[in-house]
Design a protein around this ligand. Structure first.
Ligand SMILES: [Zn+2]
Ligand SMILES: [Zn+2]
Length: 515
């Protein structure tokens, strides 16, 4: 008998597949030699291969579910040379980890088809590492974020989830998963801190992939076409800022589906109900926002002759509890205590002091502070350009102490980066400060100054400035000009300030009933 030049030609297909599998196993074992756990790794790979063969599962069919079935199997495997496996060993987590390691090798060799999507995502990991360096993260945070990202990519591959399909639920599943991935050394139950790190790591990587256009943006729900035009109207006709547009559209998205497609059919009752039919847990402020946005939306429709203008008056005024609109303020002495609590010998102290002085002396909003650019400061005339809620910029005089603090911060503490924003994060990720960071630094300064109770937040400085101006005899017009209110009605709440002072000294009405 003449030997076939091609041995696979005469052998059965199953036989040749077995030979291929054996060759892959031998290759794999070569890569694992030298590891202390070589014996276990080899046993796990051999056992898995034997089990696949006994169940007539081809290597190409292997996926997460097959590995899970293997992990659960009631082992009676004989092994290739009659040396059986112990029934317990297949269920040991470390053993399955070694099976996964082998499976990953088979995937890398192309023996198991892997969704094509994973390779490009995994290839981004080095770029992601560089990105973390550029963002200025510390070595420790970088290593945490990188290893969580690597783990996430690995888990996506094991779970056969395509990166472009990932949503918040997948991130949560990843954060909570009982890890058997071979990549990480920490298996089994994970602490709450570990869950948080996984969540943060996965979300940060996804953000990076989204920014790079590798993964489509989250929650791309088709926008109601009515909103598209409303957005354009808000931007071009009303000149509102980006943040306001986002808030208004988010609010309109809540109730727009309950309104008829044709605004011509709107009546006063429908419009009233939009404001009145609110979930019981909505705060007074949120209900007020509904009324404000609805009025604005109707004004937009009326401007385009799409609905009757008188419907605007059908929007009810969301009334709050008595005195709800009363400004809450701190005494001037307390304000000075908070300013003095900033340690001018540290970069953070210099920055916080400059910010709090701008809040207290100019009544700037947190948003104005975040947006303030170096180009908005005119040192020669000691003026600041402040955009405010609308995009109509105003010049404000810079008082001496606020100006000195601002200069000290810029010269001594501000990171030297090519960035126009004045106030930057001092820790990674570097970039402009957000409003939430301002609220946070104000809360810390209050705590340092030992101030308990009273109104919190960064807006309290604005209210306190206006209140002390009113008490010093300033007119509401003057207060409105400093606070850059567009409507005198907004300033009018400060007229109530002295009424409350009177109420405090007034005698209670007999019987307790309000007059
Ligand atoms: Zn077995
Ligand atoms: Zn894992």
């Amino acid at each position: 008998m003449i030997a076939s030049p091609n041995p696979t030609f005469h052998t059965s297909s199953r036989h040749s597949k077995a030979a291929q599998a054996d060759a892959l196993l031998a290759e794999y074992l070569d890569t694992q030699r030298g590891f202390p756990s070589f014996a276990t790794r080899a046993s796990a790979a051999r056992h898995f291969l034997y089990w696949l063969r006994s169940r007539r599962i081809s290597i190409a069919q292997v996926g997460a579910t097959v590995v899970e079935r293997f992990a659960r199997h009631q082992c009676r495997c004989q092994g290739f040379h009659g040396q059986g496996y112990s029934p317990q060993e297949a269920q040991r987590p470390g053993y399955i980890t070694n099976v996964r390691r082998f499976v990953a090798y088979l995937e890398d060799r192309g023996a198991i088809p892997v969704p094509e999507d994973h390779a490009p995502v995994a290839a981004q990991l080095p770029a992601y590492g560089n990105h973390l360096i550029l963002r200025g993260y510390s070595r420790g945070t970088r290593s945490m974020l990188s290893s969580a990202a690597e783990h996430f990519v690995h888990w996506l591959r094991l779970s056969r989830i395509q990166a472009q399909d990932v949503d918040g639920r997948d991130v949560e599943r990843f954060a909570q998963h009982d890890c058997r991935c071979f990549l990480c050394r920490k298996h089994g139950t994970v602490t709450a801190w570990g869950v948080a790190e996984r969540r943060r790591g996965a979300s940060a990587l996804l953000q990076f992939l989204r920014d790079g256009g590798l993964v489509p943006p989250l929650s791309v729900t088709a926008e109601d076409p009515r909103l598209t035009d409303f957005r354009a109207w808000l931007v071009h006709r009303c000149g509102v800022t980006k943040q306001t547009v986002v808030r208004y559209l988010a609010e309109a998205t809540r109730w727009l589906p309950s309104l008829d497609a044709d605004p011509g059919t709107y009546d006063a009752i429908t419009i009233r109900n939009v404001v009145l039919d609110q979930p019981a847990n909505r705060s007074h402020k949120s209900v007020q926002l509904t009324a404000i946005v609805l009025r604005s939306y109707l004004r937009y429709l009326a401007a385009n002759d799409a609905c009757r203008p008188e419907l605007i008056h059908a929007v009810p005024f969301a009334r709050g509890p008595r005195n709800a609109g009363l400004p809450r303020f701190l005494s001037p002495a307390t304000i000075e205590q908070i300013i003095a609590s900033c340690d001018a010998s540290t970069p953070a102290g210099l920055r916080d002091r400059a910010i709090i002085l701008l809040l207290a002396r100019l009544g700037m909003r947190a948003g104005d502070i975040c947006q303030l650019g170096l180009s908005d400061i005119d040192w020669t005339t000691a003026r600041l350009r402040v955009a405010g809620k609308s995009r109509r910029a105003m010049q404000l005089p810079l008082p001496q102490d606020a100006g000195d603090a601002l200069l000290a911060y810029i010269e001594q503490a501000r990171p030297s980066v090519r960035e126009d924003h004045v106030f930057l994060r001092l820790q990674a990720p570097q970039g402009p400060l957000k409003s939430s960071a301002i609220a946070c630094l104000v809360a810390k300064a209050r705590a340092r100054a030992g101030i308990e109770g009273g109104p919190t937040g960064s807006h309290v400085f604005r209210h306190s400035l206006a209140t002390s101006m009113v008490r010093a005899g300033a007119s509401l017009e003057a207060v409105g000009a400093i606070l850059r209110h567009q409507s005198p009605e907004t300033t009018a709440i400060y007229a109530k300030v002295d009424v409350t002072m009177l109420a405090r000294v007034a005698q209670p009405w007999p019987g307790g009933a309000p007059c």
